[in-house]
Write a protein that binds this ligand. Structure first.
Ligand code: WT7
Length: 661
């Protein structure tokens, strides 16, 4: 049974225990409903109250929501603040000052603690080093770093001086970095010599060098290199400096630069339905409010919690729930450098027990792979460790199948911990549809209900509401503070992608299909409705992978990429390729498929490698030359073709493509 089918028949309900409800910040459904009512009856008043209560403003706002340039909405537009001050300086003189901000565990298991006071000093010193490089408010800085304290310091230091960071995940290729440097017009790159993952030392600086050598990067004046390991790397005189060199002689105090609420805190690139990634631009004020508020709402954060979000800072989850939210909320958080399977697949459970993690937030794909590991090797089953410290579990990034949900609930949470299945996106800045741990009765596989003030709905192609029980497109009807502001450098694409005219131009289109339960109104996400795949919780554009394949011009004539369901990764990338030479078979096909996989890894990054590659003499096309992806999706799934194929120019091709390599 597929995940979606089994959710359709899902009727298990897990209400929070009375004790959990009693202790929670949002205590019970009546408290949740009261907040929703407040938002509905006085939308601006609601956000103004939360904006004042959760953010420290150097200049208080008097405007709340400005819709005059819709859909380019502005929030708190005449207010001023600094994001770093809200994460660090705010705690000075409070009990949080001496609290541990970050517990860092390295790939090889060494633990370092950094207090809020120390973190403030490190951020201040790094901010001074950035200024000494000539980096100023409004400049864009690329961050290409391993997971660790230094990555967070780099992001916070940019925020402190008003520079806009753009973090690039450490698994992305030189070409991806190059593309982002050019698009953002970056003036500096913050990176490391190497990163440590699974006991292996992997070059980062070498990839940055390669990107910078691709041409057109004159805007980049400096490269700052964190020496994660003792192995030397290439350094270009006059351009590159080690952290030690850059920090030398810099004081630890740096006045946080006040910026306007709408000032771009960061740009984060994500895949869309065309070949070019979109630079999602976020604000400072609304974004910061949301990352702080959702720590309190969704995770019901308490002062004594140990919070662990396993996401990398290269993704939005690592922005909102590692680099900003936990610090703005004064939490102690665990940051892990390594991978869940090294030195063994019980590493997550071991770390939860060792550090007494109380809130654990990870991806369904990680859970599924750890289930598989525990089923094959009892020594890495979570029941080998004491996980009693846990009180709340979370998931993010893709739908979680009810089987995985139940395993997580039982074996990790001891049937005691609510699971918050948080639905959101790079564009939403933070959670938008999610259970609240002390209120919402849980249904496995459902992200349940929107947060107060989030006007989520399901509509048809014209923007008309669809009744509960039927599927449609997920939209958010009113703006919210942490929403995407624009696509960097491409406002037209922003409007077309998220506020399509066909739907009236004012509904935020998430790009996901969804259905609400007829009785409860609970949302269930059924997957992307555009040409975007979700592989292990990572967003990949089919067009991006197609462009990567056809850029191998000596070999590839044509390529079409579709997704197919995969037990472990949710979806898997399946590529149909026509070569410039005759169609290969047998060993030769395997060899060329591998060559193409490595090519895609080099062009985009290893996460984009197609799992299946099939070769054909041609692709199924209509007489007007359009590739029939619908048919390719069926073939990729191994389904019998039942669709009408009479419009096909070349029906014989289907049998050929159906043969696996
Ligand atoms: C897409 C956004 C949100 C941070 C990580 C991914 C899918 C995300 C869920 C969930 C079902 C989910 C959607 C969404 N997605 N969370 N709880 N249940 N689907 O951010 O890379 O911007 O991807 O991830 O398809 O559109 P992203």
């Amino acid at each position: 049974m597929s995940a979606i089918e089994s959710v359709l028949v899902e009727n298990r309900v897990f209400p929070p225990s009375e004790a959990t409800v009693q202790a929670a910040r949002i205590s019970g459904m009546p408290a949740y409903e009261a907040l929703c009512r407040e938002a509905e009856s006085d939308f601006e008043g609601f956000w103004a109250r939360l904006g004042r209560e959760n953010v420290q403003w150097t200049k208080p706002f008097t405007q709340v929501l400005d819709e005059s340039k819709a859909p380019f909405y502005q929030w708190f537009a005449d207010g001023e603040l600094n994001a770093s001050a809200n994460c660090l300086d705010k705690h000075v003189g409070t009990p949080v000052e001496n609290k541990t901000a970050i517990v860092f565990e390295s790939d090889d298991g060494q633990v370092t603690n950094v207090s809020y006071k120390e973190l403030l000093a490190r951020v201040g010193q790094f901010a001074n080093a950035l200024k000494a490089q000539g980096i100023r408010k409004g400049d864009r800085v690329i961050v290409y770093m391993p997971m660790g304290v230094e990555g967070v310091v780099a992001m916070q230091a940019c925020a402190r001086i008003g520079a806009t960071h753009s973090v690039v995940f450490g698994g992305f290729s030189a070409k991806s970095i190059h593309e982002r440097i050019l698009d953002a017009g970056a003036v500096a790159i913050i990176t490391a010599n190497y990163q440590m993952r699974g006991g292996k030392e992997m070059g980062l600086k070498v990839i940055v060098d390669e990107a910078l050598a691709m041409g057109g990067c004159d805007s980049v004046k400096s490269v700052l290199v964190y020496e994660r390991t003792a192995t030397p790397c290439n350094m270009v005189a006059g351009r590159d400096k080690t952290f030690a060199e850059a920090l030398k002689g810099q004081g630890t105090e740096c006045r946080p630069e006040p910026v306007n609420a709408e000032h771009p805190l960061f740009i984060l690139y994500t895949s869309g339905s065309t070949g070019k990634p979109k630079g999602v631009q976020h604000s400072t004020g609304g974004y910061l409010l949301w990352s702080k508020l959702t720590m309190d709402w969704t995770f019901d954060l308490r002062p004594e919690d140990l919070f662990w979000c396993t996401a990398d800072i290269g993704w939005i989850t690592g922005h909102s729930y590692v680099a900003y939210g936990p610090l703005a909320a004064g939490a102690t958080q665990l940051i892990f450098e390594g991978i869940p399977t090294f030195p063994h697949a019980g590493r997550f459970w071991e770390m939860i027990a060792k550090h007494k993690v109380s809130i654990f937030y990870t991806a369904p794909t990680a859970i599924r792979s750890l289930i598989k590991a525990a089923e094959t090797d009892a020594k890495v089953h979570p029941n080998n460790w004491n996980l009693k410290s846990l009180r709340i579990l979370g998931t993010v990034g893709e739908p979680i199948n009810p089987e995985a949900w139940m395993w997580y609930y039982r074996n990790v949470g001891g049937e005691r911990c609510p699971i918050v299945d948080t639905f959101w996106q790079t564009e939403t800045g933070g959670h938008v549809i999610t259970p609240l741990p002390g209120a919402t009765p849980l249904v496995p596989g459902s992200c349940t209900l929107p947060l107060p003030g989030i006007m989520a709905a399901i509509v048809d192609e014209t923007g008309k509401d669809i009744p509960n029980g039927s599927g449609g497109m997920l939209v958010i009807k009113r703006p919210w503070p942490s929403m995407i502001r624009t696509i960097w450098g491409d406002p037209e694409r922003f409007k077309k992608s998220y506020f399509p005219e066909e739907m009236g131009g004012r509904l935020y289109l998430a790009g996901d299909g969804a259905v609400r339960d007829a009785k409860t109104g609970y949302f269930r996400i059924t997957g992307r409705i555009d040409d975007v795949l979700n592989v292990s919780g990572h967003r990949l554009g089919t067009m991006e992978i197609e462009s990567a394949l056809v850029s191998k011009t000596d070999l590839v004539a044509e390529a079409a990429v579709v997704g197919r369901p995969d037990d472990l990764t949710g979806e898997a990338v399946c590529a149909f390729v026509v070569l410039k030479r005759s169609r290969p078979t047998g060993e030769e096909a395997k060899q060329i498929a591998n060559e193409l996989r490595n090519w895609v890894a080099k062009e985009i990054g290893p996460i984009a490698k197609p799992k299946d590659i099939r070769f054909g003499d041609n692709l199924p096309k209509t007489r007007s030359g359009k590739i029939m992806r619908r048919l390719l999706r069926s073939i990729a799934k191994g389904e019998q073709i039942t669709q009408d194929t009479t419009t096909l120019e070349n029906p014989g091709i289907l049998d050929q493509l159906a043969q696996t390599n």
